[in-house]
Design a protein around this ligand. Sequence first.
Ligand SMILES: Nc1nc2c(c(=O)[nH]1)N[C@H]1C(S)=C(S)[C@@H](COP(=O)(O)O)O[C@H]1N2
Ligand SMILES: [Mo]
Length: 343
Amino acid sequence: MLIKSPNPLHARESEVTDRDTWLSRRRFLGKAARGAGLALAASSGGAGALLAGCEPAAVTARHSEGQLRLGDIEANKRYLLPDTITEKAAATTYNNFYEMGVLKSDPRENAHLLKTTPWSVRVHGLVDKPANYQLEDFIAPQQLEERIYRLRCVEAWSMVIPWVGFPMADLIGRAQPTSKARFVKFTTLLDPSMLPGQRTPVLDWPYVEALELKEALHPLTLLTVGMYGEILPNQNGAPLRLVVPWKYGYKSIKSIVDIEFTDRRPVPSWTRAAPNEYPFYSNVNPSVNHPRWSQARERRIINIPRGLDAIGALLEPKIETLMFNGYPEVAELYRGMDMTRLS
Ligand SMILES: Nc1nc2c(c(=O)[nH]1)N[C@H]1C(S)=C(S)[C@@H](COP(=O)(O)O)O[C@H]1N2
Ligand SMILES: [Mo]
């Protein structure tokens, strides 16, 4: 659904299509950040969430009131892509976040209900350094960087998004897992007053996802606090989400409050709901179809899709889906394993 915003800046943003425009805008943001001391304000919902999603850095800074400092964000050149970057307006209005409703337009409409300050993140389980962090302290020791990744939803649509975050491996280094730890379990906030979709039992709430420890350690696995050079909009999983670009999108869990290291394989929410459709590994694999549709091709979303919901596979145009979503370097994680069982 096309959502009309009363904010003319939003309309201007939606015209950002090509990478050059994006890059020049990002350079502008870099300057604004230095000049105004841009803070990555944990958005407090309401007008704040809208501002964070839609206004330029200088305006965001005015509303930031001493939250997280974003500082300079450098693009990590290892993760540049030849692909056209999805418009921010599309990536923030066409979302899957079932805690905010099941339609693609629901998360944007319900985003203001989520309050992300204060926010705490518990890191615990089989670790030498368990901690209960305030979000600011969780992020403070990290150098944030920008990475442009493909995001491939299991529904056969995809986007190309510039995320801002830091490697999950850095957090693992801080937590110091014991030799017994084999998996990392992530949990989304449980609070139906802020996440009204949790009043409906579409999934077993709270949303849970998990990785093998070695997958979490892979340099591609990103703990994410921003996108398009700004704080994450609530509908994209503020204030902290995971991004695992070689796996189907549902592994990239949003609005994380708990990270647990464990020796037993956790059961992710979608795996619990339908294990034959959404298995634990869920690596993007064009040769293993979803039981109800093909995964060979995908619809790349660049602009706000009109009249489009759930299954992108039903719509043209389609591009070929790449093994591991085009990140072949992860193959080493699965050497000797049966790839059909990991998809
Ligand atoms: N907590 C939570 N995380 C979630 C989801 C969700 O419903 N709840 N949806 C997932 C799915 S299916 C996808 S495709 C991505 C979408 O991320 P985006 O809306 O930022 O593009 O978020 C994933 N993370
Ligand atoms: Mo998805």
